[in-house]
Design a protein around this ligand. Structure first.
Ligand SMILES: [Zn+2]
Length: 337
């Protein structure tokens, strides 16, 4: 099976202070992981996103401000989030990558796509950069599908809650947003009772997990919640906010996933859609070795599909209690139990 690898040289030119964890070597590790997967790698260079399309997710004034800020040399947009002279190009290509990946797969490519992009996107709000993110790359790609009447699910397994993505689709029943994240933790959103609003009520599924959660906890959350809800929603496409900062060696967070757990989660997506309808967008992950092995395991897991007994695990009492609360909440809309 082929995998479309979307990267642009500007990805490596988005530069912050030397000690900043969100650094270009992360992208190299992710590319190495794609190469290690054993899939036939087809490299593509994403176009810069159309500014009108970007304007469906971000305020035009904010987009202009980012362009001017980068043009003037950049600096910090918030205490965590930097931009430099090359960031504008990198951010436009990052926001365009998912759009191009969806188009490639829609044309009959026959495999998944992995977008190795920087800056990441899932924290970016309509008018605000935050959490290393400037434009919400996955929301832009999802918007192009939703606009065409396609059913889309976003699965966000980055260790942080994707506040920007949730916000963008919070009242929209055409898109299902599912996030598993460490909680309480940055950015502070993602409570289990954040479930969507208005017409979108029930189409946001948050699974906040306690610090220290590992593979057994995530697999149990997939068995009880993620897989049943995905299957009932019935998306044609799944876009993944593929962060790798829930790995046990990640320096910024406190979860305990191993590379194989990412493979199991990716494999589980095949219970809902075929691999040629899955697009991964790189988000967080700050341990280079963990990124490489976990990206490779993700693609291998998706290619191989679920094996018997891979779902469900020995959840800790704390995680099991939280999973139970999410099940109770989501049972208002979905056949979970
Ligand atoms: Zn993260």
């Amino acid at each position: 099976m082929p995998v479309g690898l979307f990267t642009h040289p500007a990805t490596w030119q988005h530069l912050g202070p030397a000690a900043h964890p969100e650094r270009p070597a992360r992208a190299t590790a992710a590319v190495d992981g794609v190469e290690d997967s054993g899939l036939e790698v087809v490299r593509r260079v994403p176009d810069a996103v159309d500014l009108g399309l970007l304007g469906t997710v971000h305020d035009p004034g904010y987009i202009r401000d980012i362009a001017a800020f980068c043009d003037e040399g950049g600096g910090f947009l918030d205490p965590d989030t930097y931009a430099g002279p090359a960031t504008w190009e990198a951010a436009l290509r990052a926001a365009g990558a998912g759009v191009d990946a969806v188009r490639l797969l829609d044309e009959g490519f026959g495999g998944p796509a992995f977008c190795v992009v920087r800056p990441p996107g899932h924290h970016a709000e309509p008018d605000r950069a935050m959490g290393f993110c400037i434009f919400n790359n996955i929301a832009v790609a999802a918007h192009t599908l939703v606009e065409r009447g396609r059913r889309v699910a976003i699965v966000d397994w980055d260790v942080h809650h994707g506040n920007g993505t949730q916000h963008r689709f919070y009242t929209d029943p055409r898109l299902l947003y599912v996030s598993l994240h460490q909680f309480p933790f940055y950015p502070g959103t993602g409570w289990e009772d954040e479930t969507g609003a208005e017409a979108g009520e029930g189409f946001t599924v948050n699974v906040p997990l306690p610090s220290g959660s590992g593979g057994g906890d995530y697999r149990e959350a997939f068995r009880r919640i993620v897989v049943p809800v995905l299957q009932e929603f019935g998306p044609e496409w799944i876009l993944v906010s593929a962060g790798y900062d829930a790995h046990r060696t990640d320096p910024l967070a406190s979860m305990r996933l191993d590379a194989e757990d990412y493979g199991a989660m990716a494999a589980a997506l095949r219970l809902t859609v075929p691999p040629e309808r899955v697009v991964f967008l790189f988000e967080g992950g700050y341990d280079l070795a963990a990124i490489r092995t976990s990206v490779a395991a993700t693609l291998r897991g998706l290619a191989e599909g679920p094996s018997t007994g891979f779902l469900g695990g020995d959840a800790s009492p704390e995680a099991a209690a939280m999973i139970e609360r999410v099940v109770e909440r989501q049972s208002r809309w979905w056949s979970v139990g």
